[in-house]
Structures are given as structure tokens and as C-alpha cells.
Design a protein around this ligand. Sequence first.
Ligand SMILES: [Zn+2]
Length: 159
Amino acid sequence: MRQVKFCAGHRLLGHEGKCANLHGHNYLIQFHVTGNEIDELGRVVDFGVINKLFKGWIDDHWDHGFIIWDKDSNALDALEQVRPNKIYRLPYNPTAENMARYLLNEVGPKLIATIKGYDLRLTKVVVWETENASAEVTIDSSRNQADAMLRQVQRANLN
Ligand SMILES: [Zn+2]
């Protein structure tokens, strides 16, 4: 497991309370990587390799930037007026749950695939928004979601 700390701004479009305002957090993200094999040094993969990949991606894309839903044109218009700016457009509201889901499903597999010679999987991402609030997404829970969606589709086809 590797941890990455960073700070970023966001807001939750449509939130009924203060999270609708632009604000920021000191985030902590935990990446859980598992592998099927152990290398000749007795490890799944060198921690430094994982760290460089995930911390590098976070530094480049999210650290000291704003993470904004790509449908939130009001916030995007405002932030684009600021020079310089660092804006990351997320395909959904930037809740801790959605950020974890995005890292697990979209970013993680691409990063992991660049590590040659290891059979690795990113199995869990935990996003801590404050020291008391976190959201966790695992490969199994997203598979369950996919199964549930499939069942819905099958049911729709039956009707
Ligand atoms: Zn927030």
C-alpha cells in the first residue's frame, strides 16, 4: 500500500450545504496494489516504482489544482479566468467516492500497465478528504456494481 498526500480545491455541484462553495482539502490517498507473483527479492513490486507512478500522476494532475466536474461550466468559466490555473475535469462530481472510483478504474490500470514484468492489479483506493472522512472503492465493489447494472439491463430486455 502506498500513500500520497496532496492538496487540491473542488466543489460539489448541487450540494445542499457548504460543499457547493469552492474550497479545498489536504487529501490523503491510499493505493493498494496486489500481485500474483513475488520477485527474486521477495516482493510483489518495488515500492519506489509504485510511488513514483502514483505520486507522479497526482503531482502532475491534481496537486495544487482544482478538481471540477466537467459539467460544472459555472466553476470552470470562473477558474479559467485565473492565470495561471490548474484544472482537472472529472467526468462526475468530485466527491471522495468518485475520485477513488476514477483512480481505481481509469487512472490506475493505465499506470500499472506501464510496469513491465509484473502481474499487478490496483485492487483498492481509499481517498481521505479529512482525517475523519474517507471513501473506499475496491475492484470487487465496482465489479458488484457492474453485475448489478448487467442485471438491470437483462431485466430491461425481458420486459
Ligand atoms: Zn470538499
